[in-house]
Design a protein around this ligand. Structure first.
Ligand SMILES: *Cc1c(COP(=O)(O)O)cnc(C)c1O
Length: 356
């Protein structure tokens, strides 16, 4: 059907990689040599290219800028001891990108375009994949509307890009979070389960307010009653109550279905830990904090993998959680996921895609 899926490669003359200080990487500020780009036009994906990472040119009337038809993904690649590049569950990112695309009236990406673009890009920029413990190559695929048109309707043209950033180990300093009872990130029927740009813009103000009060992140609650916990910032959230792993269910359309979340739950089930995916009331968590049955709380997401939660603030009261040294589950999950991602443990679940 699609014949011209060949990727045209224009490689950079001299790699910038030797100018980068891999011991002091700031998250998202250093970009690898190349990027993959593809255009959607006349109902077809075309013009597949790998070019040096560079600025783009576009019209001031480009529709993504005005009306927010823009979606993204985030995943990571690692190196094993043999120096091979390993990607963690990229097919899940493609699946979610396409779910976001459907919600935002954007064209889906064929698997071939996504996977070939990704693997050829990483193969060309493999020297950018760090091999230090905890470090990785963060991969940012994204898709946005490019029609030059100020009317409101789904765009006819789109651009898909993948660029990458080497990132250092994300020092998982335990975080302080604040339960948000006023602002909402998403609501039933909204776009909360799509990874779309506008969700993040809308979250900046309440997140800044929580930061001004001395918290790293907020914990979103449901938009109708602010009684049920949804996510923490841009991470999914989990609680270990006694010996049960409890996490908000993602069956509605208000919570982003995290790939880290899914992986943690698969590991927990394999280890025989009891898992409950259900509505989680704020009151239940506060009661568990008060009676000592809340053993652990943590966020899950690609950037940090696991972010241990140290303090939960609810309605003006700070509740302290057990110290990290006394936690059994989340440190073990973090260690196991890191070992799978870097090839130190066998890939029993089929989560790893090797780049040749
Ligand atoms: C991306 C994201 C997550 C985490 O998803 P992962 O696939 O685990 O990285 C959770 N919540 C929100 C709102 C997100 O944007």
């Amino acid at each position: 059907m699609i014949e011209t899926m060949q990727i045209e490669i224009s490689a950079i003359k001299k790699s910038r990689v030797s100018s980068v200080d891999f011991d002091n990487l700031k998250f998202g500020k250093e970009f690898a040599d190349h990027m993959f780009t593809a255009d959607y036009r006349d109902g077809q994906w075309q013009n597949l290219k790998i070019v040096p990472y560079q600025a783009l040119q576009f019209s001031p009337a480009m529709s993504a800028l005005h009306y927010g038809q823009s979606i993204f993904e985030g995943l990571k690649a690692y190196k094993n001891d043999e120096g091979q590049v390993l990607m963690f569950r990229p097919e899940e990112n493609l699946k979610r990108l396409n779910q976001s695309a459907v919600r935002m009236c954007m064209p889906e990406l064929p698997e071939e375009v996504f996977m070939n673009g990704l693997t050829q890009l990483l193969s060309l920029d493999k020297d950018w994949v760090p091999n230090k413990p905890g470090a990785s190559l963060y991969i940012r695929p994204f898709l946005f509307a490019t029609d030059e048109y100020v009317g409101i309707r789904p765009s006819d043209t789109y651009k898909f890009i993948i660029f990458t950033c080497p990132v250092g180990s994300y020092y998982a300093e335990p975080v302080r979070v604040r339960i948000e009872r006023e602002f909402s990130r998403s609501f039933p029927g909204g776009t909360g389960s799509a990874k779309t740009a506008g969700n993040y813009a809308a979250a900046l103000y309440p997140a800044k307010r929580a930061q001004n009060l001395g918290y790293h992140q907020l914990v979103w609650t449901d938009a109708s009653e602010h009684k049920y916990i949804e996510e923490s910032g841009t991470m999914n959230i989990m609680f270990l109550i006694n010996d049960t792993l409890v996490t908000p269910t993602t069956t509605g359309d208000t919570i982003l279905k995290g790939i880290t979340r899914m992986s943690v739950l698969e590991l927990a089930r394999k280890w025989g830990v009891k898992v409950e995916e259900r509505k989680v009331a704020v009151d239940e968590v506060i009661a568990a904090l008060k009676d000592g049955s809340l053993k652990e709380a943590f966020g899950t997401g690609t950037a940090a993998t696991i972010a241990h939660i140290d303090i939960i603030n609810c309605d003006g009261v700070d509740y302290k959680l057990p110290s990290i040294e006394n936690r059994k589950f989340s440190p073990k999950v973090l260690e196991t996921l890191d070992a799978i991602k870097t090839g130190q443990l066998p890939d029993e679940f089929g989560w790893i895609t090797k780049v040749n």
